[in-house]
Ligand binder design. Structure first.
Ligand code: ADP
Ligand code: F6P
Length: 325
């Protein structure tokens, strides 16, 4: 049944990701097209608790599809773990007539959405994170832009690394997940790829690999280190001392979260934003939008949060095979 609800809200939460604006734009325009009112909640659950709520019309989202970040702002809101604040959030939604809420973020943000759903607000989650670490979906908004940004930065580091015949340890984001590191490892042709899911902390194996590669005549040695392992600077010091090869560490950091979204992110975000509103209008609640096996689908939030996602074994095996030469 269409249009049971009259007013929906949208917020972005957790770390921002390129493409969030395209998702917000799609939510707003799909909802307006169905005759709904749309409220934008600023700065995630913080903004909800502070009643930082604005009306969104079509012009508000003009000229945003190509912009990184999120026009609504985002935040982490530790209080929202607390039931008292979740109840306050639900009351504020009701006060503003928000019957359906679209939450763009990661698993943490979906847990907040589930809490609101349990308190009577229909909620739909959209996966937005550069980390690709949401188990129910093969794709998360922001990943493609971030991995391309990181790849281009690593290409540049490789130029100078080769000129100086150095070893470079480059740390990429991903929180406790290694997807960004794996993709950069393959795309940048790294000699070593350290993933939190796989790394056995055998630094001697890396040292042996560097010494072996020098004997083979390699001028650079690129190590992609995932943020979940970290400690790149101290690792560089130890590796230089053990190998005699000058070693530098670069932590790419927040530059990976910015920039204009790629085509893939804009299209995925636009599709997911529209689907979220379609689901709310069908009377669906407590769902997460996902891209699975080439299709846009939706899952129950509880099921989605209980799923597990591992590093794809074949992709990892290929990455290892290609580092050996
Ligand atoms: P992400 O959404 O990217 O996983 P976080 O884990 O930082 O990012 O979560 C974003 C926000 O979602 C938190 O700051 C908090 O406001 C809310 N949140 C996280 N976990 C929960 C939870 N278990 N219950 C309610 N709200 C939560
Ligand atoms: O979840 C996105 C992410 O960029 C992670 O890769 C990283 O661990 C974290 O957010 C950094 O968060 P903050 O912006 O709070 O430093």
């Amino acid at each position: 049944m269409e249009n049971r609800i009259k007013t929906i809200g949208v917020l972005s939460s957790g770390g921002d990701a390129p493409g969030m604006n395209a998702a917000i734009r799609a939510v707003v325009r799909t909802a307006l097209g169905k005759g709904l009112n749309v409220k934008g909640i600023l700065k995630g659950y913080n903004g909800l608790l502070n009643e930082d709520i604005i009306d969104l019309d079509s012009r508000e989202v003009s000229d945003t599809i190509q912009r990184g970040g999120t026009i609504l702002g985002t935040a982490r809101c530790p209080e929202f773990h607390d039931e008292e604040y979740q109840k306050k959030g639900a009351e504020i939604c009701k006060k503003h007539g928000i019957e359906g809420l679209v939450v763009i973020g990661g698993d943490g943000s979906f847990a907040g959405a589930r809490a609101l759903a349990n308190l009577g607000i229909n909620t739909i989650g959209i996966p937005g994170t550069i980390d690709l670490d949401i188990s129910c979906t093969d794709y998360t908004i922001g990943f493609d832009t971030a991995v391309n940004t990181a790849m281009e930065a690593i290409d540049k580091i490789r130029d100078t690394s080769t000129s100086h015949e150095r070893c470079s340890i480059i740390e990429v984001m991903g929180r406790s997940a290694g997807f960004l590191a794996l993709w950069c490892g393959i795309a940048n042709g790294a000699e070593d790829i350290l993933l939190p899911e796989k790394y056995d902390y055998n630094e001697q194996a890396i040292i042996d690999n560097i010494i072996r590669n020098r004997k083979l005549g390699k001028k650079h040695h690129i190590i992609i280190n995932a943020e979940g392992i970290g400690h790149s600077t101290s690792m560089a010091r130890r590796i230089e001392a053990a190998t005699g090869v000058e070693t530098r560490a670069t932590i790419l950091g927040h530059m990976q979260r910015g920039g204009n979204p790629t085509c893939r992110d804009r299209v995925a975000a636009s599709t997911m934003g529209a689907l979220a509103v379609d689901l709310l209008c069908e009377g669906k609640n407590k769902r997460v939008v996902a891209f699975k096996n080439g299709n846009y689908v939706d899952f129950d939030i509880n099921e989605a949060l209980a799923m597990q996602k591992d590093i794809p074994p074949y992709q990892y095996e290929v990455a290892l095979r290609l580092t050996k030469f």
